[in-house]
Design a binder for this molecule. Structure first.
Ligand SMILES: Nc1ncnc2c1ncn2[C@@H]1O[C@H](COP(=O)(O)OP(=O)(O)O)[C@@H](O)[C@H]1O
Ligand SMILES: [Mg+2]
Length: 243
């Protein structure tokens, strides 16, 4: 379970997160929506322990992340799969080497790491591209390699930061399909950070809308009309969303 209690994150005068209370039960999938610059990535970094909150508590899997020591945190992070904004692949490594890297780093023997990386690549439909370098791939394929790298570690928690930013609509749809497939096949607790309304509709079971440092809506996308701020963000596309 992920639990945030009165979470605040300030950068000097800038109050990015200003009192976030959130509970995400095991196995659930939530989408965190909000305008660019609202603090979605900061929220995610607080959850995974890359940023220390100014105030409040962050709990993941029963561990208090914001005060955990390095050893506790690195043990917890083995349960995390993180799909970064942009694919963040190493250009000098092949697809296989990129996907295998987190496994090798966490001490999995070479042979097993290779097998598990190939399995993950099969999951994302890129088994045949394992010898290629990132520069030889399209934007969508690079995203899929990033996803394979995240799932190769058999994560209990998957974090996606803007999984479809910079992709054309057709490629985005392919990524949604893949994420949905993985969501059904793996029972990981999943947090998707996005400003993409189409994505929110696909994973609309629970959507959290952030504005001015606070959660102003938390519920199914179908009930978005309960929140005037959320409707304003959704704008004209809202009509399409509810039919
Ligand atoms: N390390 C940092 N130091 C100072 N300000 C930061 C830092 N990281 C993020 N910010 C600021 O916090 C705000 C939210 O950023 P971010 O979470 O990246 O937004 P987004 O919702 O687009 O992901 C922005 O104003 C950004 O400039
Ligand atoms: Mg961001």
């Amino acid at each position: 379970m992920i639990l945030l209690k009165r979470l605040k994150k300030y950068f000097g005068e800038l109050k990015v997160l200003d009192g976030i209370d959130l509970e995400i039960p095991d196995g659930d999938t939530v989408v965190v929506l909000g305008r660019s610059g609202v603090g979605k990535s900061v929220l995610l970094k607080c959850i995974v322990g890359l940023l220390k909150p100014t105030e409040g508590e962050v709990w993941v899997n029963g561990v208090r992340v914001d005060t955990a020591d390095w050893g506790t945190l690195s043990k917890l992070r083995k349960k995390f799969g993180y799909v970064f904004q942009g694919a963040a692949l190493f250009d000098w490594m092949t697809v296989l080497e990129n996907v295998r890297l987190p496994l090798i780093e966490s001490g999995v023997p070479q042979k097993e790491a290779t097998e598990r990386a190939m399995e993950a690549l099969e999951h994302v439909g890129l088994k045949d591209a394992y010898t290629k370098y990132p520069s030889e791939l399209s934007g969508g394929m690079r995203k899929r390699v990033g996803i394979a790298r995240a799932i190769a570690v058999d994560p209990e928690y998957i974090f996606y930061d803007e999984p479809t930013s910079g992709l054309d609509p057709m490629t985005s749809r392919m990524i949604y399909d893949l994420m949905q497939k993985l969501d059904e096949e793996l029972d990981a607790t999943t947090v998707i950070i996005s400003h993409d309304i189409v994505l929110a509709r696909r994973f609309g079971h629970r959507v959290i809308f952030l504005e001015k440092g606070k959660i102003v809506y938390d519920g199914p996308i179908s009930r978005a009309s309960d929140s005037p701020e959320f409707i304003e963000f959704l704008g004209r596309e809202f009509a399409e969303l509810i039919d």
